[in-house]
Write a new protein. Structure first.
Length: 251
């Protein structure tokens, strides 16, 4: 039935695949890779291959076993649209999503072109939110353009870890933006003005904005524990999210 999640914007995680490969600077200090190695050492089911991509067909039925309406983050430990995940397996994943309309599924990818290609011949289920990672301009901005081509009930951006100022964003067709800094012992700092630049543009374009965390570096540019840096941006928390069951764009 998935695993309860501490991620602020979801309820449970569902990982029908585990493992991945790095494709851009946002992957450099991947938390999922570190976690997968730990789980492998512990002998946890699904992690016998460490962080090598693994399809876990036995997990496909997990959401069907949960009747209570739940928000699932799909593949917190992988990328569902990894090039080595066959379309036939993706079809099985989306069949489960379609057949469990009580749930809401959030799918985030760095492989936006693969996602757009997949949905060019298929309709995205109305209970799925599709998002792309945007860590910098070079890799992130083209992903937004690819996401925009997909007809989804909710399109969102995960601007985490935010590694540089993104400049002017085209948020047309985007419903929700999450921003956060990097965590972990090798975390790279996020500047407050970078995050505020995104927040102001969301406000201008009437896009929902969620500030997840500062991570390992605070607004003052000092390094400390993530819990000490907190979630305040410009003196307040930002927790806007699309309404559950949303069937259309909020714009």
């Amino acid at each position: 039935m998935g695993t309860e999640s501490k991620i602020e914007w979801t309820e449970r995680t569902w990982n029908p695949t585990t493992g991945c490969t790095k494709v851009s600077p946002g992957c450099k200090h991947c938390y999922a890779e570190v976690m997968a190695r730990r789980l492998q050492a512990m002998g946890a089911p699904g992690y016998g291959n460490g962080f090598n991509l693994t399809l876990l067909a036995k997990r496909l039925d997990e959401p069907r076993q949960r009747k209570k309406a739940t928000v699932y983050f799909v593949n917190s430990m992988s990328d569902l649209f990894h090039e080595d995940v066959p379309d036939s397996f993706l079809d099985q994943v989306f069949k489960v999503i379609t057949e469990t309309p009580q749930h809401t599924y959030q799918i985030l990818t760095k492989r936006a072109e693969r996602m757009a290609e997949y949905f060019s011949t298929r309709k995205a289920p109305v209970n799925v939110w599709l998002g792309v990672s945007v860590e910098n301009r070079k890799h992130g901005l083209p992903r937004i353009d690819a996401l925009r081509t997909v007809d989804a009930a909710i399109r969102f951006l995960s601007v985490e870890p935010l590694l540089e100022d993104l400049g002017r964003l085209d948020l047309n067709g985007i419903d929700w933006v999450i921003v956060g800094g990097e965590s972990g012992p090798k975390a790279r700092p996020m500047h407050e003005e970078w995050a505020l630049n995104v927040q102001r543009q969301c406000d201008r374009d009437h896009v929902l904005f969620f500030f997840k965390q500062w991570g390992g570096w605070g607004a003052d540019g000092k390094r400390r524990a993530k819990s000490k840096n907190g979630r305040l941006l410009s003196g307040r928390t930002w927790d806007d999210m699309p309404k559950l069951g949303a069937q259309a764009s909020l714009l």
